[in-house]
Design a protein around this ligand. Structure first.
Ligand code: F0G
Length: 457
């Protein structure tokens, strides 16, 4: 059969609230043209993030009731620990309330002044946690990963030549670990090949430097390896994931993505000393080592989610439904980052609204237009998020790319929701010449995309 269906039926529903265009115009103006300021109830289809927005299964909800809320030695933690050890092979599993808490603990220990942390591309919280420790976060994506129109299988890969040259110059005194983000979220959700994971690990080993995965979307990455990398066609997703983790010395994980839960994360390591230090920090900042920052019921749902995410029917549907959205948008002639990634479609706003210069925020203007058209909430990843105004010269430094991310929550929306999104994009694309840029009227000092305010030009 050529139709890939949702491999589930729906037992519990959450109604959507429809608004009129006039209402949305008023809501958007009131929100200062910043979609983070809009109430979720005023959004029809929420594609702001795929993080913590998954629909849990009946099996996970059943587990919520069974969650063991013991402060120490919770059965639910034992189940999570067993599941993660089975999947990753790591010796120490340290639960945290979400991914960035694991990053905070890790870089608190290994970061610091004069240290350098290479990554294929740091996600923004990872970068922030590296930098807060005093270390420098260096992105080393492969050059083809930076070309939005090029079709290639593994555009999320690490640039191995650049990594080798950095490791030779700086060595283990300055580089406490190398990280690889799978899939590469900050680079349009593009996957990393097994070959690249293996070779990154070999380089690290040759220089005596630990190698970590940022494993938030490990299952989606494993599925891409299965369908794209020769030699993996017949392997199960679990076997592929197991091999990915086998090359690493540890990982950070946000369960809010491929853990299929609304809250949860962990830090996993092999090194006993590192684990001991991490647990000492954990007790101060997150909680006792058998719950981290989580309730027993969260641990239970997380353990079950990590099994469900490996089901091939689920991953086939997941990756195909994201690519379905990408193909429909592409067929309109609207420019997207190619090929579609694992969890999101990234519209190339610079090409979509080529008449709007970067300092008038084409990505933000497009995201606002999608909201006005159909109550769709997307996320700008461009000059609002990464652009800077030089404090001395007052000159504007734009971001490298102007993107709008349509992140797809897991198991939440159906194909007709996606068809509706495509229809909106089509309507906006047809009138693109009439869309105006934005002027930033309030610029917060850090992470400005969350609270910046705009006016329409
Ligand atoms: N690493 C990656 C690659 C991520 O995408 C995220 C979160 C984190 C780490 C941090 O995890 O949110 O549990 O603390 N990404 C979300 C997003 C927020 O919308 O892409 P967290």
């Amino acid at each position: 059969m050529k139709t890939i269906i949702e491999p589930f039926k729906i037992k519990s529903v959450e109604p959507l609230r429809f608004t009129s265009r006039e209402e949305r115009e008023a809501i958007l103006k009131e929100a200062g043209y910043n979609l983070f300021n809009i109430q979720a109830d005023d959004v029809l289809i929420d594609l702001l993030t795929d993080s913590g927005t998954a629909a849990m299964s009946a099996h996970q909800w059943g587990g919520m009731i069974e969650g063991d809320e013991a402060y120490a030695g919770s059965k639910s933690f034992s189940r999570l620990e067993k599941t993660v050890k089975g999947l990753t092979g790591f010796r120490h599993i340290i639960p945290t309330h979400q991914g960035r808490a694991a990053e905070k603990i890790l870089f608190n220990i290994v970061g610091g002044q004069d240290k350098i942390v290479p990554n294929n591309t740091h996600f923004d919280t990872t970068r922030a946690n590296v930098e807060i420790s005093g270390a420098e976060a260096v992105d080393l994506p492969v050059p083809e990963g930076l070309n939005p129109t090029l079709i290639a299988d593994f555009k999320g890969n690490m640039d191995l030549d650049a990594l080798e040259s950095l490791l030779q110059r700086k060595g283990p005194e300055q580089i406490p670990l190398v990280m690889l983000t799978v899939t590469n979220n900050a680079n349009a959700g593009q996957p990393v090949s097994m070959d690249n994971i293996r070779k990154t690990a070999q380089l690290c080993r040759a220089h005596g430097i630990p190698f970590f995965l940022d494993a938030c979307r490990f299952a989606e990455n494993a599925y891409f390896i299965k369908i794209r990398e020769p030699g993996y066609e017949k392997k199960s997703i679990r076997e592929i994931a197991r091999e990915m983790f086998s090359y690493a010395d540890g990982c950070t994980m946000s369960g809010k993505k491929d853990g299929l839960v609304n809250m949860g994360g962990f830090l996993a390591v092999n090194d006993d000393q590192l684990a001991r230090r991490a647990r000492n920090i954990l007790i101060v900042t997150e909680g006792f080592p058998t719950y981290g920052g989580l309730a027993g019921h969260d641990l239970e749902a997380f353990a079950r989610g990590l099994d469900e995410v490996l089901e091939e029917d689920y991953l086939t549907y997941r990756i195909r439904s994201v690519s379905y959205l990408g193909k429909q948008i592409d067929q309109l002639g609207a420019p997207i980052f190619q090929p579609p990634g694992g969890h999101a479609i990234y519209i190339d706003a610079k090409a979509f609204l080529s008449h709007i210069p970067p300092h008038q925020y084409p990505g933000q203007a497009l995201a606002c237009e999608l909201y006005l058209c159909g109550g769709i909430r997307a996320c700008e990843i461009g000059s609002v998020m990464f652009g800077k105004t030089d404090s001395k010269s007052g000159e504007f430094e734009p971001a490298r790319l102007e993107m709008v991310r349509l992140a797809i929550p897991r198991r939440v929306y159906t194909q007709s929701h996606m068809d509706f999104v495509v229809e909106c994009i089509e309507a906006v694309f047809r009138k693109r010449d009439k869309i105006k840029g934005l002027h930033m009227v309030y610029e917060p000092p850090v992470l400005r995309h969350f609270t910046a305010q705009f006016e329409s030009l």
